[in-house]
Design a protein around this ligand. Structure first.
Ligand code: SAH
Length: 384
């Protein structure tokens, strides 16, 4: 029997879509089972909320550039667990306009005679391209990541790219000359527009800088946040902490229903965005702090501050004992834990419930990453 062709010609090499050729319903079933396996010891796991149109959900798209014999300049992805570049034209997950822009940057690079950066020798210029699309606004950011700071014929290049895509509202150069697997370097220069894009989410407007974290699946982010905020059962009287707050999305979406919201975040660009976002939305009861979430919460506990609700949305590694200890000391009535890694969620829930002061009330998986095995879940705990 002939084997059915995969939806994606490079899925084996890329490895990013573990479920690429599985019907979406089955993907959801599988994630449901996995979420239950990891989390059922804490309580009932609700039915996973999937997408109606699961393809092309990623609003942030990254391509690595390379020079390959016989092909010339190529753009694509790293082969799984390696630094070999697999050329691609389009991707099932990525925003299609973003993919189109990346292809055009590659063609323009040829005519402008830009060389692709070579990771082994450190020679060459164009290293990565990052495109961010505002789901609600359609604003588009293009970041050209270069191995050195000078882009020859910069103005001409900007003009040509913007002529092709009038929806591009800003272009930046980011300089990354280090031998690292990090895409973005420290130094950044705006060469067109404002240097950030804005997007709409949960009825608010958000400014997003190149280096700030922003959820990649906007449609499901609204579902996730609505769920999270409904768990908080806000009445307008609460003091709320949004830990690992990024650009302040959860805090600002909840601010209208709380007395005060306090966000804490370690990335300085994200905190700057969060402060601006409060202003853009005319929200006066929100404060944002640049700090480690664990250290910040410990300081709050030591100062004897009273908090009613804590949202936490840590990176994949989960939270820390320092943070969770401070949380137990502050002892808010409600805790809403948003997690993109059920294993660390389970570890942290074990810590919180093991000290017997919290009970898990509800666990709701939301499919933020169709075609991949990643599971996102929001968990609501209440003080006993
Ligand atoms: N809640 C936000 C961001 C979640 S991603 C949203 O939904 O958009 C996790 C965030 O945690 C990132 O912005 C990252 O910069 C931040 N972060 C990572 N380690 C941290 C730490 N130790 N203390 C505070 N923030 C941290």
């Amino acid at each position: 029997m002939e084997k059915k062709q995969s939806l994606c010609p490079v899925s084996k090499k890329c490895g990013g879509c573990q479920f690429v050729d599985m019907p979406y319903k089955e993907q959801l079933k599988k994630k449901q089972q996995q979420a239950e396996q990891l989390l059922k010891e804490f309580g009932k796991v609700e039915k996973i909320i999937g997408m109606e149109e699961p393809a092309h959900y990623r609003n942030k798209v990254h391509a690595v550039f390379d020079f390959q014999k016989g092909k010339g300049i190529v753009s694509g992805i790293y082969q799984e667990k390696s630094h070999r570049v697999v050329p691609i034209e389009s991707c099932l997950l990525e925003n299609e306009k973003a993919d189109e822009i990346i292809r055009s940057v590659r063609e323009l690079a040829k005519s402008f005679k830009y060389k692709a950066y070579d990771e082994d020798s450190g020679y060459g210029l164009l290293r990565h391209v990052l495109v961010r699309v505002g789901h609600a606004t359609g604003e588009i950011m293009v970041v050209l990541v270069l191995g050195s700071p000078i882009l020859p014929s910069k103005n001409h290049f900007v003009k040509e790219l913007c002529k092709l895509y009038p929806e591009i509202t800003t272009i930046l150069i980011n300089v990354n000359s280090k031998r690292t697997s990090m895409v973005l370097g420290e130094k950044e220069q705006v060469i067109f527009g404002k240097g950030y894009i804005e997007d709409g989410l949960c009825g608010r407007r958000f400014r997003i800088s190149a280096k700030s974290f922003y959820q990649v699946n906007s449609v499901q982010t609204e579902v996730l946040y609505q769920k999270a905020i409904s768990y908080a059962a806000l009445t307008g009287k609460e003091t709320v902490v949004d830990a690992y707050c990024g650009i302040g999305t959860i805090a600002l979406a909840a601010a209208g229903q709380a007395k005060k919201v306090i966000g804490v975040e370690l990335n300085k660009d994200a905190v700057r965005d969060a402060v601006t976002n409060a202003k853009i939305n005319r929200i006066k009861n929100a404060d944002f702090y640049l700090n480690d979430a664990g250290r910040f919460l410990t300081q709050m506990a030591e100062a004897g501050e009273s908090v009613d609700v804590v949202f936490l949305d840590p990176p994949r590694s989960g939270s820390t004992e320092e943070f969770l200890d401070a949380l137990l000391r502050i002892s808010p009535k409600r805790v809403v834990y948003i997690s993109c890694e059920p294993e660390t969620l389970a570890r942290d829930l074990r810590y919180l419930t093991g000290k017997s002061s919290y009970r898990v009330q509800e666990i709701a998986p939301v499919d933020m990453f169709p075609f991949t095995e990643n599971i996102e879940a929001v968990c609501f705990l209440s003080r006993k």
